[in-house]
Design a protein around this ligand. Structure first.
Ligand SMILES: Cc1cc2nc3c(=O)[nH]c(=O)nc-3n(C[C@H](O)[C@H](O)[C@H](O)COP(=O)(O)OP(=O)(O)OC[C@H]3O[C@@H](n4cnc5c(N)ncnc54)[C@H](O)[C@@H]3O)c2cc1C
Length: 289
């Protein structure tokens, strides 16, 4: 079986690595890991990352609502990591055939080459709806290396963040608000000299069916915007399907977690103060439903 995969992000490469020689991946960028991302993964997937891919071990978490600190937790053991995502992707790409060109899918062909199976792993670029905008700066601000800071705003679903990053801090925002609102809120948390900038979209709509993996298939947890872990989970399910297992996505933990997130988003949208609703769910002081 020859499988053509368009997109060398976590989903496309994880699937390709599992398939080995059967896979060919198309990537339009000149190197891996260019897409704007904060590189946070939960420690529950630590068996998929190596020690030298870990940049920071996260043991603390702060929640701000309308720029006021409302919650802070610290743990002994790391519950998340900031990884060197390009390095992680380089490892996933070992032994994988990559064609460094933009892939155009037409039925069972990519760029005119026929495959037994074609998989779309183009990330948010594969989505025409149910996405929100996200903006992120790399700055020289010296953020605490073991703490994630999330900034919720009562008037929309989404959040800003100040996370440790390779140059000091990653400071960004994403959510269901118009660009000027996102920019104004982002300006209120920006600190340090700007050394990098990225803008992208994030899936908010949940999983969709078809030959998609990762964010192209909606595998992003919508209240956190976490996409690396769900993309790997989604690729694993696709791999099992391709090798002939009888896989029902609806019985997967990916599907269950996704639905829990979608429920929170739905309830938050109905609430008068959506951002406050989400922050309270995060803090564990509110159960959706
Ligand atoms: C600002 C921001 C911060 C984020 N922070 C985090 C975070 O901290 N933790 C987390 O878990 N998630 C985060 N996410 C989400 C996460 O980055 C994505 O959900 C995840 O990378 C999705 O993986 P993927 O492999 O599905 O797609 P992607 O990583 O988007 O990879 C898709 C690949 O396809 C390529 N491509 C697209 N079109 C074509 C084409 N036509 N031909 C060839 N190649 C193509 C792209 O260049 C890209 O390399 C963040 C997102 C944003 C926008």
């Amino acid at each position: 079986m020859k499988v053509g995969i368009v997109g060398a992000g976590p989903a496309g490469l994880f699937l390709a690595q599992k398939l080995g020689e059967e896979a060919v991946v198309y990537e339009r960028e000149r190197r891996l890991g260019v897409k704007p991302c904060s590189w946070v993964v939960l420690s529950s997937i630590e068996d998929l990352i190596t020690q030298d891919e870990i940049l920071f071990k996260i043991t603390g978490y702060r929640i701000f609502l309308d720029n006021k600190l409302i919650h802070e937790v610290h743990s002994k053991e790391p519950f998340a990591y900031i990884i060197d995502k390009p390095r992680f992707l380089e490892r996933l790409s070992e032994g994988v055939e990559i064609k460094w060109e933009r892939g155009v899918i037409k039925g069972d062909e990519i760029n005119g080459v026929k495959y037994d199976v074609v998989v779309d792993a183009r990330g948010y670029q594969a989505l025409s709806q149910d996405t929100v905008l996200a903006i992120q700066y790399d700055t020289t601000y010296h953020a605490e290396e073991n703490v994630l800071n999330s900034y919720f705003y009562s008037d929309f679903v989404g959040y800003g963040w100040v996370f440790p990053g390779p140059y000091g801090a990653r400071i960004g925002i994403g959510g269901e608000a118009p660009l000027p609102v996102l920019r104004e809120r982002l300006n209120s948390i920006l600190a340090g000299e700007k050394v990098g900038y990225g803008v992208a979209r994030i899936s908010m709509g949940g999983l969709r069916q078809g030959n998609f993996v990762g964010e192209a298939g909606g595998a992003v947890f919508p209240i956190t915007g976490e996409g690396i872990r769900p993309s790997l989970m989604h690729a694993e399910l696709m791999y099992r399907k391709l090798v002939g297992e009888d896989v029902d996505v609806r019985n997967s933990s990916l599907f269950r977690i996704m639905n829990a997130h979608l429920k929170v988003v739905e309830e938050a949208r109905k609430s008068e103060r959506p951002g406050e609703y989400v922050s309270r769910v995060f803090m564990g002081t509110l159960r959706p439903g």
